[in-house]
Design a protein around this ligand. Structure first.
Ligand code: MG
Length: 254
């Protein structure tokens, strides 16, 4: 006979993942990435000459040169001596190529970050937070729990998403944010570090994520865990379903 996993209780602190947990797993690929491609042209025209953008452009040119000298397959070059409109088009083509390759290099990430920041600030880009996640977060907060985010997206990006969400500015609910600078989300050591950093015993922490590897890492150091079940998330194996508390409506955790 298998035991039904217990609803977590007696925790003082909640740590939430974002993608597949508070937010649709498709958000980055279906909203954030297309936003860059749809707005890069206007962004370059409007912000050309601004120091942040100039730095990104210099980094992209350097990266394109490195890619060329490494004979990277399909590399799209950027000629720094080209006239402004031509140069901007080369940057767009280079970024489009890099994004099609799903590259994670710093020069690209920094430019994406600038375009997202602009979009969140001007209101044309909004973070998506599920209604039940919003309700749970605000209720936990009202009930005196401390809330943290741990996501592979940078802390700056996390703050943009929750600061400019479809549920409004949610940032005041969180006591802190962690990204992969604290460590890989799949490694137990990262959860030890977070627990030490916030000064809370792991057994008093509830960690919620869609990723079973993250769940297992957090559980291995004694955290209470809940598996987030959302549309588009990876399927959960029956053996994990028996072991962990699954949740598709976070108000059920309250
Ligand atoms: Mg996730």
């Amino acid at each position: 006979m298998s035991l039904t996993p217990k609803l977590p209780s007696n925790y003082s602190t909640v740590i939430l993942d974002i993608e597949g947990t508070t937010t649709p797993i498709s958000f980055v690929h279906d909203v954030m990435f297309p936003y860059v491609l749809n707005n890069i042209h206007k962004f370059l025209q409007t912000n050309w000459g601004q120091p942040d953008l100039e730095q990104c452009v210099a980094d992209l040119i350097k990266q394109a040169e490195t890619d060329k000298s490494n004979s990277v397959d399909g590399v799209v070059g950027i000629d720094p001596s080209a006239e402004k409109t031509v140069l901007q088009n080369q940057i767009i083509n280079n970024v489009t190529w890099q994004m099609a390759q799903d590259r994670k290099i710093a020069a690209l990430k920094n430019l994406q970050g600038l375009i997202w920041k602009d979009g969140f600030h001007n209101g044309s880009l909004k973070g998506i937070v599920y209604n039940d996640a919003f309700k749970a977060i605000t209720t936990w907060k009202e009930n005196g729990k401390s809330l943290y985010i741990y996501s592979s997206g940078s802390v700056a990006a996390q703050k943009l998403l929750f600061g400019h969400s479809n549920q409004g500015d949610m940032l005041e609910n969180f006591s802190g944010h962690f990204d992969t600078t604290v460590g890989n989300k799949l490694e137990a050591e990262s959860y030890v570090k977070i627990s030490n950093d916030i000064g809370v015993d792991p057994k008093d922490i509830l960690f919620v994520s869609d990723n079973l590897k993250e769940i297992k890492a957090a559980e291995s150091i004694g955290m209470q865990v809940v598996v987030s079940v959302r549309e588009g998330n990876a399927p959960i194996l029956p053996k994990d379903e028996e072991k962990f508390f699954l949740c598709s409506d976070f108000t059920k955790l309250l």
